[in-house]
Design a protein around this ligand. Structure first.
Ligand code: ZN
Length: 351
């Protein structure tokens, strides 16, 4: 089969790789219907996160179960499934408590682990370890028009939801979202879904601003740094919002979050930290709470899936580009240059 391989920073290709097969009785093989490129895939692509190459890449995909091992319950051949961005058993004490990303048997796509090396998501098919715990079946074969919405449940929609949830967003909340990538945009949608009254997004890109407004942002702030903080304070009665959702992970974005939130407010952070730091004295002085981390999206999929299937939740608009898998390099280049928000990849070239 064909799959994406990151040979070295900036050098990404689609290659012939061995076909996946059942190696453990808890495995399934999934034929990928659609996959996508994540903002976090850009870190190894840029060489910021070191991955001794060549490595398989991609951790967001949906597809159809092609084969199941003897111990896989709850999935059948032909089931349409959503794969969250980490592998988990669904039964350990941490999964039971909803922290699937810290599963005692956790694994990452395309990375060696206790359950062998799985395939990664940007390919034609995937060996899925701990399939019964990891995958979420969709009750009926979905309408193809819903594929983008369903694919966001692999990561970005659940991650945006995590930011809003841990920041305590509730009906009437005032919220600022730092970051206009797919996660930031989904955080806007998630905050509104939880009842936020006012959501302001920090963005300088017209096309992203437009998506944010569709998702429920009432204002856009283009200024950054001290100017951005002053503008936010101004928009929220001189004190700042109840919650800031930090969806970038850099030093500057965290400073923006800490500087913007009102005293007694909460920061929900989900941007993978590359440089972000916390000023404990400032947090102490103004009673600012900080909560977040890698989003346990597996625990959120069932709830969000119901609303996606009913058409009440439409996060799929974050995909502004669809490419055949073969053109994956073009997709990475477009996201790296911020020409695309998020690229959907279709194996088989039927884009
Ligand atoms: Zn577990």
């Amino acid at each position: 089969m064909k799959a994406t391989v990151l040979r070295a920073p900036g050098d990404i290709v689609v290659e012939d790789v061995p076909d996946p097969r059942i190696e453990l009785p808890t495995d399934a093989v999934v034929r990928v219907t659609a996959a996508c490129i994540c903002g976090s895939d850009l870190w190894p692509y840029r060489g910021v996160a070191e991955r001794p190459g060549p490595v398989r890449i991609g951790h967001e995909f949906v597809g159809v179960v092609e084969e199941v091992g003897n111990d896989v319950r709850g999935l059948s051949v032909g089931s349409f499934v959503i794969a969250p961005f980490t592998i988990s058993d669904g039964t350990c004490p941490l999964c039971v408590r909803g922290v699937h990303t810290s599963c005692l048997s956790r694994g990452n796509w395309g990375t060696p682990g206790a359950t062998g090396t799985s395939d990664a998501g940007q390919g034609e098919a995937v060996r899925v370890p701990l399939a019964a715990g990891t995958l979420v079946p969709v009750p009926e074969a979905p309408d193809p028009a819903q594929l983008p919405d369903l694919l966001t449940l692999s990561d970005v929609m659940g991650t945006g939801h995590h930011a809003a949830l841990v920041a305590g967003v509730r009906p009437g909340s005032s919220v600022v979202v730092v970051g206009d990538g797919a996660v930031g945009l989904c955080a806007v949608l998630a905050a509104r879904r939880l009842g936020a009254e006012q959501v302001v997004v920090m963005s300088r890109h017209a096309s992203r601003q437009a998506i944010a407004r569709t998702f429920g942002a009432s204002e856009v702030v283009e200024e950054r740094g001290e100017e951005g903080i002053a503008r936010i304070k101004d928009l929220f009665g001189g004190i700042g919002p109840d919650a800031v959702l930090e969806c970038v992970g850099t030093k500057e974005s965290m400073q923006q979050a800490v500087g913007s939130v009102r005293p007694g407010g909460m920061i929900g952070y989900v941007g993978a930290p590359y440089g972000a730091e916390l000023p404990i004295r400032q947090l102490f002085g103004d009673n600012i709470g900080v909560r977040g981390g890698v989003a346990p999206v597996r625990s959120y999929i069932p709830e969000l899936l119901t609303e996606v299937l009913s058409g009440d939740l439409r996060p799929g608009a974050v995909f502004d580009s669809t490419l055949p898998l073969e053109d994956v390099a073009q997709g990475y280049a477009a996201m790296d240059a911020r020409e695309a928000v998020k690229v959907l990849l279709v194996p088989g070239g039927a884009a």
